[in-house]
Design a protein. Structure first.
Length: 377
């Protein structure tokens, strides 16, 4: 079984394929073509030597697209061709100062281009090493989908809105605890690295608390305390405080009912028997704001039969907007995708929402999960 997660480079060698320089045969053919073109234009115009100045741009172009070795070849070829043409074809014409300046300019641009290419390639390798490290960290922070326990099979799609960010403000996790499987989906308020730091704090607290706390209310209290501690650190560091909307679900194989605590998050959808229902869970305050709540954390219950599918999402799906400002109609679009398997549904909804937003619309970080009970043996 494969997940719907977008594939990313797992190491620098794989990522380097995306910026692979042109092949040597293509490079040589291109350089020769430009050289011949300049020669033909020079002969036809009667200004052959002066048009050689056009060739000095070849090393500059190569430094932006080619490897260091290829750029060195282009620079050497350009310098050799310009020098040979100036010295061999125009010995009798005089004006040595102009010829000497053209040769020196060509040589200077050739050396500069090789140096610039070396700097570019080194920066690219540094960025690829950083991205490889980030990808390795991501595999430990947000486990790749699908996730499987004795109770459930979880598929989904996770897409940060910024392509250069591997982890956004949306979070998810699945933990097999002594009291059944606990599932978390959440959304950190705000953007940027500070929001990502809060996301890490909640995920770490959930993984620890899911094993330690026998009840969902105690688990949610532990998550709230983790956000409060992180906000305290953020305040001392000069960062903004954050809160986290979250939905925590407890699933036990021995009962068709599941427990859920809604901390101001998007309600789940239960797909069963060709229809879709939304459990009426009481909304609580987001994580980090429990001290403002007038009532203690409460647990809701709803039916989740063995052949049903539970859909969880963040507001990146529900708040997707088209160019005219209309919101993505999740319930309506979900009803049209009921025939899809739990593996296909998250990606289909995500792609549909992106198409709905179009180029002029608005979309955010998105996490969409489908939870399916594991077959009973």
């Amino acid at each position: 079984m494969t997940g719907s997660r977008r594939k990313r480079p797992s190491d620098a060698s794989e990522a380097f394929e995306a910026i692979e320089p042109p092949r040597n045969t293509e490079l040589i053919a291109g350089v020769l073509s430009v050289t011949v073109l300049v020669e033909v234009l020079g002969v036809l115009s009667g200004s052959e030597v002066w048009l050689l100045g056009l060739l000095v741009f070849l090393p500059g172009a190569a430094s932006a697209l080619c490897s260091v070795r290829q750029t060195t070849f282009v620079a050497a070829w350009t310098t050799l061709f310009v020098t040979t043409t100036v010295l061999v074809r125009d010995v009798a014409e005089g004006r040595w100062l102009d010829r000497a300046l053209l040769i020196l300019l060509t040589l200077a641009l050739a050396v500069t281009s090789v140096y610039a290419c070396h700097r570019r390639v080194r920066r690219e390798h540094e960025m690829l090493r950083l991205r490889s490290t980030a990808a390795a960290m991501q595999r430990h922070i947000l486990h790749p989908l699908p996730l499987v326990t004795e109770d459930v099979l979880v598929n989904g799609v996770y897409e940060p809105v910024q392509e250069d960010r591997l982890v956004g403000g949306d979070i998810y996790e699945v933990v097999a605890s002594p009291w059944g499987t606990r599932v978390l989906i959440g959304d950190v308020q705000g953007k940027g690295l500070a929001a990502v730091g809060t996301a890490f704090a909640v995920i770490g607290a959930f993984r620890e608390g899911a094993y330690r706390e026998p009840t969902l209310t105690a688990l949610v209290d532990a998550l709230d305390a983790a956000v409060v501690r992180h906000n305290s650190y953020a305040e001392h560091a000069g960062d903004d405080e954050r809160f986290v909307t979250a939905l925590v679900i407890g699933i036990d194989t021995h009962t068709e009912e599941v427990q859920a605590v809604n901390c101001g998050h998007i309600l789940p959808h239960v797909m069963h028997g060709g229809g879709v229902t939304t459990p009426p869970l009481e909304p609580g305050v987001p994580l980090g704001l429990a001290s403002l709540a007038l009532e203690p954390t409460t647990v809701g219950w709803f039916e989740f039969p063995e052949d049903a599918t539970l859909l969880l999402s963040t507001d990146g799906l529900t708040e997707t907007r088209a160019a005219d400002g209309s919101f993505y109609p999740v319930d309506e679009r979900l009803a049209k995708h009921l025939g899809l398997s739990p593996t296909e549904l998250p990606r289909a909804l995500y792609e549909d929402a992106r198409a709905f937003a179009g180029h002029g619309g608005r979309h955010d970080d998105v996490a969409v999960l489908t939870v399916r009970r594991a077959p009973r043996l």
